[in-house]
Design a protein around this ligand. Structure first.
Ligand code: NDP
Length: 240
């Protein structure tokens, strides 16, 4: 029987590429999203991948989604905590709303999703959990105290979870992408984006499928001894 993978924010951008790649690898994939029904429907129709609408920042909604997936598929073997947002402002202009929203979607979500799947993974003695962090969680970024705080928090979360879970054949790893060619990056002002690309040793943005290839490897049997790792994939932008 094929393994079941749940990809949060799996209908667009990096998550879309991860969903497609895991399906190509033979997994049964469920892609979560929060609001863009049109994009989700198009993605689902084109790829024959089930989608599930749920705000991963809301514990009750996550619980409902996961229970429905268990009813249908019995297990969730692979969890990709990918959904994430930005609400940038320097700290002296950061509102509590911007702070809380990013903490909720990028970090509370990881507690919600992971705590709701971990017990069944422990029972079945198998699990692959991957958290999509960011180079900006490793090095910090102007205007991103909220975002960087959530993305570096994932590293401590993942290492602690790896310590708790390795004995049950569950791995928890972090992938830190650099600047990737998605709508999130397209929203950056053109002159700022150009100056960012100038600082990348590879002199280009990364592609979503490059992140998906790394995730695919981490999910595979070949990666069973990689646990608690933080893997950078950023064209040489930050070597950590
Ligand atoms: P996109 O904005 O392109 O896609 C975001 C996806 O997440 C969409 O499917 C969206 O659903 C979903 N989503 C957003 N909020 C929620 C929520 N509350 N609950 C459930 N799903 C939600 O993002 P990217 O592909 O650019 O980024 C994916 C991840 O990679 C993020 O965690 C981001 O921080 C990280 N990252 C991205 C980089 C980049 O350069 N793009 C660099 C480093 C890290 P909907 O379609 O309904 O809006």
């Amino acid at each position: 029987m094929s393994k079941i993978a749940l990809v949060t924010g799996g209908t667009r951008g990096i998550g879309e590429s991860i969903s497609k790649k895991l399906k190509e690898d033979g997994l049964t994939v469920i892609a979560n999203y929060s609001s863009n029904d049109d994009a989700a429907k198009k993605f689902s129709d084109e790829n024959q991948i089930d989608v599930f609408k749920c705000d991963v920042g809301n514990y009750e909604s996550c619980s409902d989604m996961i229970n429905k997936i268990y009813d249908q598929h019995k297990s969730i073997d692979v969890l990709i905590n990918n959904a994430g947002i930005t609400r940038d402002a320097p700290l002296h202009k950061m509102t509590p709303e911007k702070w809380q929203k990013v903490i909720n979607v990028n970090l509370d979500s990881v507690f919600n999703m992971t705590s709701l799947v971990i017990n069944k993974m422990r029972e079945s003695q198998f699990g692959r959990i991957i958290h999509i962090s960011s180079v900006n969680g490793q090095k910090g970024q102007f205007g991103q105290t909220n975002y960087a705080a959530t993305k570096s928090a994932l590293i401590g979360f993942s290492k602690s979870l790896a310590l708790e879970s390795a004995i049950k054949n569950i791995t928890s790893n972090v992938v830190c992408p650099g600047y990737i060619n998605t709508e999130m990056v397209a929203a950056i002002r053109e002159d700022i984006l150009k100056s960012i690309i100038d600082t990348i040793p590879a002199k280009r943005l990364g592609e979503s499928n490059e992140i998906a290839e790394l995730v695919s490897y981490l999910v595979s049997e070949k990666a069973q001894y990689i646990n608690g790792a933080t893997l950078s994939i950023n064209g040489g932008l930050w070597m950590d």
